[in-house]
Ligand binder design. Sequence first.
Ligand SMILES: *[C@@H]1O[C@H](CO)[C@@H](O)[C@H](O)[C@H]1NC(C)=O
Ligand SMILES: *[C@@H]1O[C@H](CO)[C@@H](O)[C@H](O)[C@H]1NC(C)=O
Ligand SMILES: *[C@@H]1O[C@H](CO)[C@@H](O)[C@H](O)[C@H]1NC(C)=O
Ligand SMILES: [Zn+2]
Length: 523
Amino acid sequence: MAILSGKAAFSLLLLLASANASRFQPQAGAQAPLGADVAASKKPLIDSEALQARIKVDNLLTRAEELYEIAKLGEEEYNHPTRVIGSNAVPDDADRGNSRLAGHLGTLSYIYAELAKLGDYYTLSNQSFPAVSGNVFESRLILGAHVSQSAAPMGLTPPTKDKEPVHGDLVYVEKDGCEAANYPASVKGNIALVRRGTCPFGTKSKLAGQAGAKAAVVYNFEDDGVSGTLGTPSPDHVATFGISGKEAEPILRDLKKGKTVDAIAYIDAEIKTIYTDNIIAQTVEGDQENCVMLGGHSDSVAAGPGINDDGSGSLTVLEVAKQLTHFRVNNCVRFAWWAGEEEGLLGSDYYVAQLTPGENRKIRLFMDYDMMGSPNFAYQIYDARNDVNPVGSQELRDLYVDWYKAHGLNYTFIPFDGRSDYDAFIKHGIPGGGIATGAEGIKTKQEQEMFGGVAGEWYDKNYHQIGDDVSNVNLTAWEVNTKLVAHSVATYALSFKGFPERRFAVNKAYTAGIKHHGHKLIV
Ligand SMILES: *[C@@H]1O[C@H](CO)[C@@H](O)[C@H](O)[C@H]1NC(C)=O
Ligand SMILES: *[C@@H]1O[C@H](CO)[C@@H](O)[C@H](O)[C@H]1NC(C)=O
Ligand SMILES: *[C@@H]1O[C@H](CO)[C@@H](O)[C@H](O)[C@H]1NC(C)=O
Ligand SMILES: [Zn+2]
């Protein structure tokens, strides 16, 4: 900024001062924004019961309906409702008088506008970051004489050459294909067949590419298919599919007998880098050196509107942020809406990676809220333990346990294994945990007795599909869990008494056991 002359600087100061003064003047007839009286000690100190009492299921439902309308605007680009990152078509037909932003951009603008209504209770910021986004438009894998039934293109796979089908023999790769030496010379110009395991899918695809393969097929060591991702793109990656162990079995038998099995692989895909935003809101009040942080993700998958995943979590966090403004807090509360979760936890990874050690230290814990109202729900608590996770994670886990118990509700523990936005926090030494209600897992008989619903079916039968709309959310579960989220915020906003101090040793035990990064497998 250029230096102003004395006189000009003085009048600018005056201008700023008067602008500031009018900003805080309640306008006649206009309602003062919520939270405008933050400095006033009129507000009661945060109290868990009082905050929970402000959580109303009708408010949540209204927000879900608003979010679905925003997802519907995504139809313009995707032919069905979605809030996937990058979806942002602005309908330009002025006759419709419709200038609202669609899909993910619409979601961000909705969240930001709702927070802006809360006046100066929060400091708001957008954190822009580059996100690699992959789109598979069409794919097909023919193994011998059959079209593969289990073939799934890996996330972030490149297309086959010229986006045309490629033909070659399937060439068996030794061991798990984690070293260049495992790839025989005959891989060149053919299609590598590699077993899942030991190293990331991205490594296998890269080694296959370097060996000259036209494509790679990773077969599972389990009967099921593999829904994996190659992770960070590499120029050496080749078009890569995952297939089930069941489908691979007869092929492996034939190859062992010395028979030739050929294949045709076809993937039309594109990988692009786009910019998107995390939204962060932090209380102006409260000890700024000691923050409790929580978040949900603002994006959905491309396939559907994502009202349960994770409209429910991000709206829970928004509603709690709104209701918190009625109280004073002792500790700072920081809310986050992550972008790019579905592409592999991109927003939360970026956020944590950008923290200086000093900023990292201010986050006493992170609470993840992803999928709060699955239709065939279980009350799930991440089994975060102090022997494998940063110390304090277990205290948070037990806060959830105590609350469900106090309310006569059953709960189960689920693996804390890298499937959502807590991952980067744990890897960087920040205690964490959270609750969820279940995705594509199958409800057991015992869980049916504990929670109702239907045994033998997915917790969320519309997980990552077009049917994840407003009717896909169980309102009972959503309300219960939003009250619990309110309790978690209120507890730490009031005090960290009894909660462990931050430590800095990152426990390798966590990273060693991780097979996921987001919902997709990486190994
Ligand atoms: C932050 O992003 C939101 C949503 O895209 C936008 O509406 C808002 O204007 C942005 N705010 C700033 C200060 O850039
Ligand atoms: C908790 O689970 C038990 C079965 O283990 C069941 O009898 C009970 O009704 C469940 N409680 C609630 C509140 O659903
Ligand atoms: C939500 O779940 C409860 C308990 O299983 C059930 O009684 C209720 O009917 C469900 N509501 C919806 C809308 O599915
Ligand atoms: Zn999710």
